[in-house]
Structures are given as structure tokens and as C-alpha cells.
Design a protein around this ligand. Structure first.
Ligand code: PMP
Length: 363
């Protein structure tokens, strides 16, 4: 019975995240970082805990300054949120929602919706937020080779994509991203959740394009999925729009412990570089071993690979891996159902995965 539910709530289905196992499994299903966060994070959190009596800094000044320094931008160009999920949702509210500040809405004098473009294979939350915020989306099919179709992504009244894309792991080059930004009327949101595992970032373009919002997370690159910290780097004018929608949800976006832990992580850039370097190395090793088994992968710029299966099917391999204590992700969509998304874990975890896979393929 949904008698007290709003029409909007009735139209939505709760997001089902990858399984969080109770038993000891090799967990390669939600793209978490294989390594623990910098040891400085726990120290900073312990110290901050002494001040929990007080409200946190509503503007996260210290954290924004650390992020700005890290990317070579100004603190006024940074907006922090509870994970990039919240940052992305606030981008929909600030830039895309009908009647909001952005360029979405309706063509003047008509009831024809202006559309926000997004690829047909992308982060599964993009259509969910579009539904929640009543944003008309134009779904743009990927090319034959699973890369984002740059020409077809141009010309929207807004645009959102992940670069590298998820779950395909393929990154567009920055000149291609720039072309889409130039040819988008409203705001272009580039979700860089996996960019630290790639060579490409659009952050330097923020000073050039007033309609670009780059969204980042500390969940993957800085091993802080549990702390829930994400942020947006954009022109000050876009940051001001995000502030307006943030205030109507929660005037204290990030709790004090999250601010302190995140600042320590961002300031320990050497640690982050070392960890991402290890993951990139293990990615190359894993791809090499998969190819030896006759399993091809799409070109990966992320901390996961998207591997293609024929016989047995990807779904059957997913289930057989699960039986052997290895969790990966299978998506039932038309373009994705022949693939498994495999997070890059430690070398030991990848060897456990590979030996389970060998057993399944040799059966
Ligand atoms: N964007 C993409 C492409 C993702 O895969 C994820 C992780 N599921 C997120 C954003 C959200 O990450 P978080 O909320 O942990 O920052």
C-alpha cells in the first residue's frame, strides 16, 4: 500500500547498490579503492572529534582551500558535498531542473522541453535524478566501440557524462570533452569519479568555460568511500547556484569529521599518487592475464575493467564467481549484458579472481 506516497515517490524505485557482503569475500563489485586511506586521515579525525560539541564549518573553508591547492584553482571555485552522489544531485537541482537557474526548462513560448544529453550507458543514477528533478533527458547511444559519441553529445541544453565512463571504463580525450562543452547551450557536467586513474582531467578547462562543472569524489582515488566526500570544481557563478540549492537541503553539508579527514587525505598527495599508481599497475597485469585466457576488455582508464564474455555467458560467470567467493558486477542492459565490471583490487585479490575464473572457464 502506497496510500500516503506522493506521485513522485510512487514513480521511483530505490537504488540497489552492489552487495556489501557479510562473509569474507573477494570484493571487486563496487569500485572501492583496494588500499586503506592515508594514515593521516585517522589522526585528523581523532583530533577533530575533540570539537564535536560545535557545529561544523558550513562552508568547509579548510577543505575547500586544500582541494583548491590540489587542483590549482581558487577556493571560490570549489563546492563540497556528501559524496559526489550528492554533488551530482545538486547539479541537477541547480542547473537542469525545470525553472531553475540552468538552461533546461522549455523552449520559449512552447511546451517543448529542452533536453539534457547523456549517453545510454553511463552512471545508473543519471536517469534517476532526471526523474526525481523532472529533467527531460536525451539519451545518446554509445558508438559501436562503446565510446561516447562526441558529435551526438553536442547541441544539448545541458549535458552530463562520466569521464572515464562507467561501467565501460573508456575515457574521452580532453579535446573531445572540450568540443562537447563548447557545443552545449547550458551547463556541461563532467563526472570525474575515475579520472585519477586516467591521464585526462577537464579541471584546467574550468577557467576557460563558464558552463563547465567538474564533479570529483574522494571515494575512489583517496580510499574514502565510507566518509562520503565529493566536490564540484567550476566557475564561481555555478558554485553560487549550487550554494542556493544546498542551503535548502542542509546548511551544514559536510560533518566535522568528514571535513577533517578529507582535508588530511587531499593534503597527502604523495600517498594518493602511490596508491593510484599501484592500482594502475595491477590493472595492466589483470588485463594481460585476462587476454591470456581469451577474455577481452574495453580500454580502461579507471580502477575497474569491463570484460567481455561469450561462452559461458557473463551472467553465468558472475554467478560462478560468486559461488567461489568472488564478487564482481553484472548489468542486465542490452549493451552491457555480455560484460562483467571487475574492480581492480590488490595483486593478491586479482590472483584469487583469476584462478577462480580459470577454473570456471576450464570446466
Ligand atoms: N559517479 C560515478 C561514475 C560513480 O561510479 C560513482 C560511484 N558509484 C559516483 C559518481 C558516486 O560516488 P560517491 O557518491 O561515493 O562520491
Amino acid at each position: 500500500m502506497k496510500e500516503f506516497w506522493s506521485e513522485k515517490a510512487k514513480s521511483l524505485t530505490p537504488y540497489v547498490a552492489g552487495e556489501q557482503p557479510k562473509e569474507k569475500l573477494v570484493k571487486l563489485n563496487t569500485n572501492e579503492n583496494a588500499y586503506p586511506p592515508s594514515p593521516r586521515v585517522a589522526e585528523a579525525i581523532a583530533q577533530a572529534a575533540g570539537a564535536l560539541r560545535l557545529y561544523p564549518d558550513p562552508d568547509a573553508h579548510r577543505l575547500r582551500a586544500a582541494i583548491a591547492e590540489y587542483h590549482g584553482v581558487r577556493p571560490e571555485q570549489v563546492f563540497c558535498a556528501n559524496g559526489s552522489d550528492e554533488a551530482l544531485a545538486l547539479c541537477y537541482a541547480a542547473f537542469f531542473q525545470n525553472g531553475a537557474a540552468g538552461a533546461a526548462g522549455w523552449f520559449p513560448g512552447t511546451s517543448i522541453p529542452r533536453r539534457v544529453k547523456t549517453p545510454d550507458v553511463g552512471y545508473s543514477f543519471y536517469p534517476v535524478w532526471a526523474n526525481l528533478f523532472d529533467v527531460p533527458l536525451e539519451i545518446v547511444p554509445l558508438k559501436e566501440d562503446y565510446s561516447v559519441d562526441v558529435d551526438k553529445m553536442c547541441g544539448g541544453s545541458g549535458m552530463i557524462l562520466a569521464n572515464p565512463n562507467a561501467p565501460t571504463s573508456i575515457a574521452l580525450s580532453i579535446p573531445n570533452i572540450e568540443k562537447i562543452i563548447q557545443k552545449t547551450d547550458g551547463v556541461a557536467v563532467v563526472d570525474e569519479a575515475y579520472a585519477p586513474f586516467s591521464r585526462a582531467t577537464a579541471i584546467p578547462l574550468v577557467s576557460k568555460y563558464r558552463n563547465l562543472a567538474v564533479v570529483r569524489t574522494l571515494s575512489k582515488s583517496h580510499s574514502l568511500a565510507g566518509l562520503r566526500v565529493g566536490y564540484v570544481v567550476a566557475d564561481e557563478n555555478l558554485i553560487a547556484a549550487l550554494q542556493t540549492v544546498k542551503d535548502s537541503f542542509n546548511s551544514y553539508p559536510l560533518d566535522m569529521l568528514a571535513q577533517a579527514g578529507a582535508e588530511a587525505a587531499v593534503r597527502d598527495a604523495d600517498y594518493c599518487r602511490e596508491v593510484t599508481g599501484k592500482i594502475v599497475e595491477t590493472r595492466a597485469y589483470t588485463i594481460g592475464e585476462l587476454w591470456k585466457l581469451g577474455i577481452s576488455t574495453l580500454p580502461s582508464d579507471a580502477n575497474f575493467v569491463f570484460a567481455r564474455f561469450h561462452d559461458p555467458s557473463a551472467e553465468a560467470v558472475f554467478a560462478a564467481l560468486r559461488e567461489r567467493g568472488v564478487l564482481v558486477r553484472w548489468f542486465s542492459g542490452k549493451r552491457t549484458r555480455n560484460f562483467l565490471r571487475i574492480t581492480i583490487g590488490t595483486r593478491e585479490e586479482m590472483d584469487l579472481f583469476l584462478s577462480a575464473l580459470k577454473e570456471i572457464l576450464c570446466k
